[in-house]
Design a protein around this ligand. Structure first.
Ligand code: G4P
Length: 527
């Protein structure tokens, strides 16, 4: 097997999806602890004064106590290299999360044992489903009062239409939480003073269980027997995204996390083939290819910079390589690809399929860019969604128009906002998913470009990308005519693609009916 194939097979690239507060940060910390990437729990996000992480660079983040930026953390465990792509929990940043999910091969879904499936869990799950991303489930906070495990499993199965297989089964909950029974290995893993300890048993009938658990033994037997009705774990079904193995634990107590990580190590898929516009790319190919799914500015307060996160899809990336940016044909030097660990970054000598490396650049790279060893191909699937908050940008000092243009261009490259330039030449319009994004935008434009802006409401409630239905001259002419009907309501996006704004769904539907030669798209896959 080639080195590229061997290294690719060792990679597990995943994200954690969760509703805010379910315990994603706590779990991340425990995973990094097991992977040896951090020494003490609390390093990812400590309380009070120490509550600052590397991505907390921005005042707004600190003020609101949320983490706005996505980061990548790499650790090794059981001979495998795990790349954990962190996703912001705040729903205003869901676009960022969607883009991150385009770069993973698996996801861990964290569920609060008392709350079950929550709104954000569901939304994120739907994105995973759209991409057939396999999901491992962690039911967290078992050390608190929890819902019945069967009820939780039932809810996952029904609301997500996903088959479930309990990999472990909890013994009690809240103060009575004693640990779990590992169904596959017939082992009790018990919660103790020093963390976890394993007690091998020959099966649920083993009398040792009685001596270890006392009264809880029969409760475990009863509920675990019912759990046997769930289908056995089936790798193929899991990898196709139809079935999820379920682990119970308490991230706060560091319990059950090893089971989860072992599950990921055993079941989560290595990088697989990826569709590009011209062909399907296999990870073990020797030629390098990858795509940029995230741009992060100011990752290091001491060095104001922009880092593009490249997910490698095939081949080996060597330090010092020159890669082709397919969109522009430019050659991009990669002199110092960065690897990210919990607290520091390191220059990578080489990186492999599944890895995510940071490439510092001054605004050349943008989200959705494909980089290759020279081949002309584009990966699909870094999505843009039609925003529903559309605001006109007002500039306090008109002399700074050029600077503002640059600022908006760069922030659009980073995916902080979508920028639209109306065809009538009026002031730009920005589109966002949530109000918080507008705050981030204006504070960054002020801090980094010295330009003061305000936002003005528009009457538009939605927009669509507009494209000819067929690639023939007739439909293209229809598009030209459509764009001329009301230039003040038409614009170009950051990639010069035409868009139309609408004041109501009714207006949008009317345009769709009146212009059958056109497509009105709510989602655009960048390339
Ligand atoms: P998030 O990133 O998904 O938003 O969740 P986070 O890990 O920040 O956890 C949210 C709250 O839930 C935190 O408490 C955290 O300590 C708690 N928590 C996480 N996992 C467990 C668990 O397994 N058991 C219990 N009992 N609690 C858990 P907080 O008081 O809101 O924050 P903090 O002040 O402790 O940081």
């Amino acid at each position: 097997m080639s080195e590229t194939a061997t290294e690719a097979r060792r990679r597990r690239t995943f994200a954690i999806i969760a509703h805010p507060d379910a315990g994603k940060t706590t779990l991340t910390e425990q995973l990094l602890l097991l992977g040896g990437a951090i020494q003490i729990a609390g390093a990812v996000r400590a309380k009070g004064e120490r509550r600052r992480t590397r991505s907390d660079w921005m005042k707004i983040e600190q003020d609101r106590g949320i983490s706005v930026a996505t980061s990548v953390m790499t650790f090794e465990y059981a001979g495998q290299v795990f790349n954990l792509l962190d996703t912001p929990g705040h729903e205003d940043f869901s676009e960022d999360t969607y883009r991150t999910l385009s770069a993973v091969d698996a996801a861990v879904m964290v569920i609060d044992a008392a709350k079950g499936i929550e709104a954000q869990t569901r939304k994120l799950f739907e994105v995973c489903r759209m991409r057939d991303i396999p999901i491992v489930t962690f039911i967290n906070k078992m050390d608190r009062e929890a819902r019945e495990p069967l009820e939780l499993l039932d809810e996952i199965e029904k609301t997500l239409a996903l088959d479930v297989t309990p990999a472990t089964w909890p013994i009690g909950s809240g103060r009575q939480f004693a640990g779990v029974y590992d169904m596959a290995h017939s082992t009790l893993r018990l919660l103790g003073e020093g963390g976890e300890r394993d007690e091998p048993v020959s099966g649920l009938d083993d009398p040792r269980i009685d001596s270890l658990l006392g009264e809880q033994a029969d409760v475990l037997r009863e509920s675990a027997e019912i759990a046997a009705v769930y289908p056995e774990f089936e790798l193929g079904s899991f990898r196709e995204g139809h079935l999820t193995p379920i682990y119970f634990g308490s991230a706060l107590r560091g319990f059950g996390v090893k089971h989860l990580l072992d599950g990921l190590a055993n079941f989560a898929p290595p990088p697989s083939s990826r569709r590009a516009d011209t062909r399907t790319v296999e990870p073990e190919e020797e030629k390098l290819s990858g795509f940029v799914f995230k741009i992060q500015a100011n990752t290091d307060l001491n060095h104001r910079d922009r880092v593009a996160f490249l997910r490698i899809c095939s081949g080996r990336l060597r330090k010092g390589a020159r890669l082709k940016q397919v969109r522009t044909g430019k050659s991009i030097p990669v002199n110092a690809p960065l690897f990210f660990f919990a607290k520091e970054r390191q220059v990578a000598e080489e990186a492999w399929p599944g890895d995510v490396v940071g490439i510092a650049n001054h605004g050349v790279l943008r989200i959705g860019d494909t980089l290759t060893d020279g081949e002309e191909l584009n990966f699909r699937g870094v999505p843009s969604f039609a925003p529903e908050i559309l605001r006109r940008v007002r500039l306090d000092d008109p002399m700074l128009a050029k600077k503002l243009r640059k600022a908006l261009d760069q922030l659009a490259d980073e995916g902080v906002v979508q920028v639209f330039r109306p065809l009538d030449g009026s002031q730009p319009v920005v589109g966002v998913v949530g109000q918080l994004q507008l705050d981030v935008l204006s504070s960054r434009i002020q801090a980094e470009y010295g330009v003061q802006i305000t936002f003005e409401n528009t009457s538009w409630s939605t927009m669509r990308w507009v494209a000819p239905k067929e690639d023939g001259p007739q439909d293209r002419a229809a598009l030209d005519r459509f764009l001329r009907t009301a230039p003040s309501q038409m614009a170009e996006d950051h990639d010069n693609q035409p868009v139309a704004f609408f004041t109501s769904d009714w207006g949008r539907k009317r345009s769709e009916d009146e212009w059958p030669m056109l497509r009105f798209l709510a989602l655009r896959e960048q390339h």
